[in-house]
Write a protein that binds this ligand. Structure first.
Ligand code: NAG
Ligand code: NAG
Ligand code: NAG
Ligand code: NAG
Length: 398
């Protein structure tokens, strides 16, 4: 929507500019033959100011094009982007050197240690982290997000200060996308798994929406297929989702796949909801395995697209009805984000730093989320229940 508006404005300006030019040419050519009349002077003055105004506008649009562009773009992209900033993905050498639970020594160097051929160590981590009903909580992290005082610290802190979330932390598996993230995970958390990806030049930085970046995103979907196939249910959560209440009290029971939303249209079964790939809950069964495989395969049908955008396109596909997958969309009142914050802190389960450009902005506003929550939990009960306490964010994020 914003993008469309921005485009229209630009076009409108161009038209004004053209007509201004024409006017100017006409009056200056005729002016050679006689003195200006006061009406002409007025006209010329007006045209002059119009042109200054127009060039000012054009300059404004030129100087600030990105907010329009990114804002409309971002809701679909930011949620699922641990790799958005400063992607520094794994280098094979570094990973192989680690004596990690996931590095299997009998794999020849340079070969992909993908979920598919490393099921044993994956199984070990899954088993170690799982709840009684074989459910795990999975997040992915890269180096930039595991820096001290960065996203990962807020993520961990949210479990500590949340309501009935402390016991969930032992079920969290961190999927490290590079060596640095992996070693940082090991220092602060129990269940760490190094996911290695083959065929990508990870020496440099994988910039948002480049081929490497997309490959990483899709590797994640591929990885989750393995989790389902091994027989584990999972809650997938981006690390910029703050866990403030136990979400299992709010999940639908007996649903194959439920997913948070950028925008929720007040009907959990309506496919027109805008799903957010950064938070979902999938039960391991034949339907979800087929669904995730279909999702993954659909990347070839929509080349250059992000997993969330592809999900948005395939959600209406008859194949999903055919396999009988039951999908539900989660209410932003419980599972909110910066795109659409939950309004009542008495209800909120999770808060996602979606709709946010820039790691610094994200960190800034997540800190405010943590502060808001601390303020809320320390306020007296009568205040909690008599006045509606809400967020002071987003501030720097959109
Ligand atoms: C957790 O939430 C419940 C229900 O809202 C509330 O009764 C309880 O006091 C909360 N616990 C803490 C430690 O805040
Ligand atoms: C919710 O959405 C479903 C699917 O679009 C539709 O069949 C149903 O009537 C909707 N419910 C309400 C209350 O609007
Ligand atoms: C899963 O579904 C497919 C297609 O509906 C079917 O062919 C297959 O037998 C099913 N597998 C199991 C284990 O139920
Ligand atoms: C924190 O709570 C106190 C008292 O409840 C309030 O005065 C203050 O404005 C709150 N701070 C923020 C950042 O919301």
């Amino acid at each position: 929507m914003d993008l469309v508006n921005g485009g229209t404005n630009c076009k409108g300006n161009e038209i004004v500019l053209e007509s201004g030019d024409n006017h100017h040419n006409t009056s200056s050519s005729s002016s050679r033959h006689h003195y200006y009349s006061s009406r002409e002077i007025l006209q010329i003055t007006l045209i002059f100011f119009v042109m200054i105004g127009v060039s000012g506008l054009v300059l404004y649009q030129y100087t600030y094009p990105s907010p329009f562009y990114q804002r409309s773009y971002d809701p679909s992209f930011s949620p699922t982007n641990p790799t958005k900033e400063n992607q520094s993905p794994p280098s094979h050498g570094a990973m192989q050197g680690n004596n990690t639970p996931s590095s299997s020594n009998d794999t020849p160097p340079g070969n992909q240690i993908s979920p598919g051929n490393d099921d044993k160590s994956l199984e070990k981590v899954l088993n170690q982290a799982a709840m009684e009903d074989k459910t795990v909580i999975i997040t992915t992290l890269n180096a930039a997000w595991t820096e001290p005082n960065s996203i990962f610290d807020f993520f961990l802190e949210s479990f500590a200060i949340g309501n009935e979330t402390q016991n969930l932390l032992k079920h969290v598996i961190v999927i490290a996308l590079d060596a640095k993230a992996y070693s940082r995970c090991l220092t602060v958390h129990t269940n760490c798994y190094a996911l290695k990806t083959d065929g990508v030049d990870f020496a440099g930085e994988a910039v948002f929406m480049t081929q490497d970046y997309l490959k990483m995103m899709w590797t994640r979907i591929d990885f989750l297929i393995s989790v389902l196939e091994i027989g584990y249910n999972f809650v997938f959560t981006d690390a910029d989702v703050m866990w403030l209440r136990n979400p299992f009290h709010r999940f639908y029971s007996d649903v194959d796949f439920q997913i948070a939303c950028d925008h929720y249209w007040f009907n959990s079964t309506d496919l027109h909801n805008s799903p957010n790939g950064g938070f979902n809950y999938a039960k391991s069964n034949n339907r979800t395995i087929q669904f995730y495989k279909f999702w993954y395969k659909s990347k070839d049908k929509f080349p250059g697209q992000h997993d969330q955008d592809v999900l948005n396109m395939i959600k209406f596909d008859p194949f999903i009805k055919e396999i009988g997958l039951e999908i539900r969309f989660l209410d932003t009142a419980y599972f909110g984000g910066f795109c659409e914050p939950s309004k009542d802190l008495n209800l909120v389960c999770t808060m996602h730093a979606n709709c946010c450009i820039g790691l610094d902005n994200k960190i800034h506003d997540l800190k405010m989320v943590i502060d808001d929550w601390k303020n809320y939990t320390s306020s007296p009960d009568h205040e909690k229940f008599t006045k509606v306490i809400t967020w002071t964010v987003p501030r720097r994020c959109f």
